[in-house]
Design a protein around this ligand. Structure first.
Ligand code: AOS
Ligand code: ZN
Ligand code: ZN
Length: 424
């Protein structure tokens, strides 16, 4: 299904009067209003193909209904999200879950929905049916050169798929690690990983990047070979300028100061981008902003300050992507909530009075510094987001519109109630 613009228009008109009142109220106090609106309109967050189906845990999976059965239907789902929020103009594929049959057709279908292809993701954390060697003891770090070679070749194949679709980055997340002390020689594992990544790096097209993602534990519970940002930073800087570190918000031990990590990676031109999600314990992959929206705001505050200091374009110089799992919610609703939460944190960060903050810092005025941040954080920016979306043809309230238009009911009618998405 495709959402027609006039349906969104109709719904917007029902909300317009109330929206105007709220917008005028908040807009009055924002000096750089048009700048904020332009930045919000340009801002997009990529949707991962694996988030469009219901996720599960090792204890079970409770299927949703009307899930996308094919890559084409996943593209259709992202098209729906983008039609509603005008902020999700790309999709991130996962190989082999989303092997495009005919790249030209897939590309054309995506552009019909106003979409392009974000980073492509390789998968050496599972064994596939037709695979010779197992990844049970790792892939790029494996003690056996033949396994490493197989994993390298898979990554190079993923680059080829991505290249045909117009992607510009390969995202590598490795499950490689160890479960017990003594299992692994850390130094050898690291050196093998670097050697394998070098071979992948050498196969990157000129205008491509490789994004190195870190994670402290799971599926391995004693060590992970790319376990934290230091390890990802060592690898990516050893590789060269086309390699950078990818920050998945759930991939930190509890209490980690993610905003500080982000600030320093950005300072070193090593921040590839994000996998946004939220968590209470670790890699919970919950809806962005559902547990700790203040942390998300603090991260965006560092991003805006750091990017402005380098004259970087907010919308395009970093990879913005969601990486979440939806066990009990309608995935499309969850993704709409996630994008809204990201835009809320981003706009609050845009409202921070940077000059005043700097002055407070230079004067060690701790109280005032906190007040400046919290003043921005406590501003209800939702009308700004609604207005930015409205101005470019999106819905004032994308989630409400999704429900009013009966999108899921339509998808169930088209796909059946028992359709199951591939992948996680
Ligand atoms: C795994 O924990 C990582 O977050 C990956 O980025 C991602 O979820 C995976 O590559 C999906 O296939
Ligand atoms: Zn991730
Ligand atoms: Zn993860």
């Amino acid at each position: 299904m495709k959402i027609e613009n006039n349906r969104i228009d109709e719904l917007n008109h029902l909300e317009l009067k109330a929206h105007r009142r709220k917008f005028d109220f908040v807009a009055e106090d924002i000096a750089a209003l048009e700048d904020v609106m332009t930045k919000l309109a340009a801002f997009n967050v990529a949707i991962p193909s694996w988030a469009l189906g219901t996720g599960g845990t090792r204890f079970g999976r409770f299927s949703g209904t009307g899930e996308p059965r094919s890559l084409e239907e996943k593209i259709e789902d992202v098209g729906i999200i983008h039609a509603l929020n005008k902020s999700s103009n790309s999709i991130s594929l996962h190989i082999p879950w989303d092997i495009p049959g005919d790249a030209a057709n897939i590309k054309a279908l995506a552009s019909e929905h106003g979409l392009h292809f974000d980073a492509v993701n390789s998968n050496t954390f599972q064994d596939q049916k037709d695979q010779n060697l197992s990844y049970k003891f790792g892939s790029l770090h494996h003690v056996d050169k033949a396994v490493r070679k197989q994993a390298v070749e898979h990554n190079i194949e993923v680059i080829k798929y991505g290249d045909e679709l117009g992607s510009k980055a390969l995202s590598v997340w490795l499950a490689d690690g160890s479960n017990f002390p003594g299992q692994l020689n850390f130094r050898h594992a690291f050196e093998n990983t670097l050697e394998s990544l070098r071979e992948i790096y050498d196969a990157l097209p000129a205008d491509w990047k490789v994004w190195v993602e870190y994670k402290p534990y799971e599926p391995n519970f004693y060590s992970t070979t790319i376990g934290d940002w230091g390890q990802a930073y060592l690898l990516s800087t050893a590789l060269g300028p086309k390699a950078q570190t990818l920050v998945d918000l759930g991939h930190h031990l509890q209490g980690a100061n993610i905003e500080q990590i982000v600030s320093l990676l950005l300072m070193k031109d090593n921040l590839a981008g994000f996998h946004f999600n939220d968590s209470k314990y670790s890699d919970d992959d919950l809806t962005v902003g559902s547990i700790n929206p203040y942390q998300l705001f603090l991260i965006f505050n560092e991003l805006v300050e750091g990017m402005d200091s380098k004259g970087m374009d907010h919308a395009t110089s970093i990879g913005w992507m969601i990486d979440a799992s939806h066990n009990i919610k309608d995935p499309i609703e969850d993704l709409i909530q996630s994008v809204q939460a990201i835009k809320i944190a981003y706009s609050q960060a845009l409202l921070v009075d940077k000059q005043a903050l700097l002055t407070a810092q230079l004067n060690n005025d701790v109280v005032h510094a906190q007040e400046i941040l919290q003043h921005a954080y406590r501003t209800d920016v939702r009308p700004l987001i609604a207005e930015a979306s409205f101005r470019i043809g999106g819905a004032l309230d994308p989630l409400k519109a999704y429900r009013s238009l009966g999108v899921r009911e339509n998808l169930i009618r088209e796909r059946g109630s028992r359709s199951v998405a591939r992948g996680l």
